[in-house]
Design a protein around this ligand. Structure first.
Ligand code: PLP
Length: 360
């Protein structure tokens, strides 16, 4: 039996893609082996990785002057790798701090000896909003501006792309990539851990504009050197083969469902249903500013927070799993990534209504 899994990550994946993976698992392409067991340098796997890349390019619309890299070490690895690849020690960089993933990226940049200027800091709102598009000034000397378009923990998402002039824009898209149409061209680099909307953990996808390559600091670990990785087609060492394969199946699912336009429509409908219900309720609430609400991660509180454990446990028994809020925020959080159908959101709303009727 499948449940509606509201986990923030690793998260629910599309059943169609999992079913294909299951059907092929023990005998992939008539090889008598699973994809987990074949050489990453064999022609079948090389073709599989090339197909995943070309599907990603097609589905997202990645311009030709960007490299696609399949990396390991998660998005967290990139918090260190970005400074190593794009800056010299002592360089200035600008950051937005809109939540806990921003905080971690900032900490890593400081540890790499950068002069970090946090030009937007939403700690003062307890990370419940994004800055107005005209409320910040990017330092023209900065090596880049880094921000987190969707803060997975706070459930805060930007409704616009920050304007940075000539300063490269770098973004951690871990929890929003593939959720709606994406114009890559304003970005110098986009990266995302796969385990939210793209597949299993262990794979991190980076999309890097070519003119940023060739600047890695001496001593950068080779597996995190974008230039070395690009030259080796991400196969400098053994890549996360299963993750690359499964990402390909998920991209096919996205494409067959109508691509990112269709994903965006589905996700908008899901988010509108859930926020609409919460806003109309006297018992449940969401703390995030209206223009900054995430389509992917919806934190919510109930009037009687002493019942949070009961809510999560009873929801779990009803087949609605992983609804506990992040330990730093409390309450509940429903992550409604691409694979969550509208029926899952409707089932959650029905459960919330029933829970309030019994306890409110
Ligand atoms: C999950 C997440 C990360 C961390 O990803 P790892 O793969 O665990 O390193 C970083 N940033 C954001 C926005 C995330 O949602």
């Amino acid at each position: 039996m499948r449940v509606y899994n509201f986990s923030a990550g690793p998260a629910m994946l599309p059943l169609d893609a999992l079913n294909v993976a299951q059907s092929e698992l023990t005998d992939w392409k008539n090889s008598g082996m699973s994809v987990l067991e074949v050489s990453h340098r064999g022609k079948d796997f090389v073709a599989c990785a090339a197909e995943t890349e070309s599907l990603l390019r097609e589905v997202v619309g990645i311009p030709q002057n960007y490299k696609v890299l399949f990396l390991q070490g998660g998005a967290t690895g990139q918090f260190d790798a970005i400074p190593l690849n794009l800056t010299a020690a002592g360089d200035k960089v600008n950051f937005f701090n809109t939540g806990q993933w921003s905080v971690k990226a900032i900490k890593a940049a400081k540890a790499q000896g950068l002069e970090v200027d946090v030009i937007v800091d939403r700690a003062e709102s307890k990370y419940t909003d994004t800055p107005a598009a005209d409320s910040f000034v990017v330092d023209p000397e900065a090596a880049y501006l880094h921000y987190t378009p969707n803060e997975t923990i706070g459930g805060v998402e930007f409704g616009y792309v920050p304007e940075t002039g000539q300063v490269p824009l770098v973004a951690d898209f871990s929890s929003t990539i593939l959720s709606r149409p994406l114009d890559v061209s304003p970005y110098s680099m986009i990266y995302a851990g796969a385990q939210k909307n793209m597949g299993p953990s262990g794979l991190c996808v980076a999309i890097v504009r070519e003119d940023l390559l060739g600047k890695a600091r001496p001593g950068t670990p080779t597996i995190w050197n974008y230039t070395a990785m690009a030259e080796a087609d991400s196969m400098l060492n053994t890549p996360p083969t299963f993750g690359i394969y499964l990402l390909g199946l998920i991209l096919k699912w996205v494409k067959d469902a109508g691509g990112l336009e269709a994903m965006g429509e589905r996700n908008r409908a899901k988010a509108e249903a859930l926020y609409g219900y919460i806003d109309a309720s006297d018992y449940y609430s969401n703390p995030v500013a209206l223009d900054s609400r995430s389509w992917m991660n919806v934190p919510f509180l109930q009037a009687n927070s002493e019942l949070d454990k009961a809510f999560v446990a009873e929801a779990n028994s009803a087949g609605l799993t992983n609804l506990a809020g992040h330990r730093s925020v409390g309450g509940m959080r429903a992550s409604i990534y691409n694979a969550m159908p509208l029926e899952g959101v409707t089932a959650l709303i029905d459960f919330m209504t029933d829970f309030e009727r019994r306890n409110g």
